[in-house]
Design a protein around this ligand. Structure first.
Ligand code: AMP
Length: 199
């Protein structure tokens, strides 16, 4: 696949174990080395900030998108290539995916989950076709991945939906996972329909 712009979802928390900060930093460096343009939530804290700092240090173009109300609580990252202020969270979420070739999800909380699940849902329905890669640092997403498999086992999702995302243990594995990802477009139409009745 030809990947140019990647969207990164990541934690805002500043209370994390250094192992997560390290993974976010290494992701920023790995994406910059690959020459990707990065779009993310525009925050200066947590894994978002660590990823953006490292990417900028390594020469990447980093575009932040932040809703207006958040700029009143926190400034947003001040050293970005560009920082876009939008009306609200919904607009931000849509803008973060516009023109994006791929989604990368670092560990995070409910904000990250929501963004990830929206990307998965849009892909399931053929509205976003790019790779979705979860960086599973310290097996953080184990329970979530288990629950998604449970959802398939209980027929809320189908077996093909397990191909909506890929996981990698180390951030350095992200570029290869993106470049080797199989195109989803052919399967998108099939998956647009609801899970079919069991025979
Ligand atoms: P969470 O994982 O709950 O910390 O949420 C992080 C995700 O939601 C990021 O990918 C951002 O797009 C968005 N977000 C949540 N809180 C903030 C914040 N304080 N500053 C910037 N973006 C945020």
């Amino acid at each position: 696949m030809s990947i140019r712009t990647v969207t990164v979802y990541a934690a805002s928390s500043q209370a994390l174990d250094p192992v997560y900060i390290d993974a976010a930093t290494r992701l920023g460096t790995a994406l910059a080395r690959q020459g990707y343009r990065i779009v993310y939530g525009g925050g200066g804290h947590g894994l978002m900030g660590a990823m953006a700092d490292a990417a900028l240090d390594s020469g990447a173009e980093v575009h932040g998108i932040i809703p207006e109300f958040l700029t009143r609580v926190e400034q947003g990252h001040q050293g970005l290539t560009s920082l876009e202020v939008v009306a609200d969270m919904r607009t931000r979420k849509a803008r973060m995916l516009e023109g994006s070739d791929a989604v990368i999800t670092l560990p995070g909380g409910c904000g990250t989950f929501e963004e990830l699940f929206e990307a998965m849902t849009l892909k399931r329905l053929g509205q976003f076709l790019g790779p979705i890669v979860l960086v599973n640092t310290r097996d953080y997403y184990r329970a979530l991945l288990e629950f998604l498999r449970h959802s398939v086992a209980e027929h809320f999702m189908s077996q093909t939906h397990l191909d909506l995302w890929q996981t990698v243990a180390e951030p350095e594995a992200v570029p290869a996972a993106l470049e080797q990802s199989r195109p989803w477009s052919a399967r998108a139409a099939l998956n647009t329909a609801a899970v079919q009745p069991r025979r």
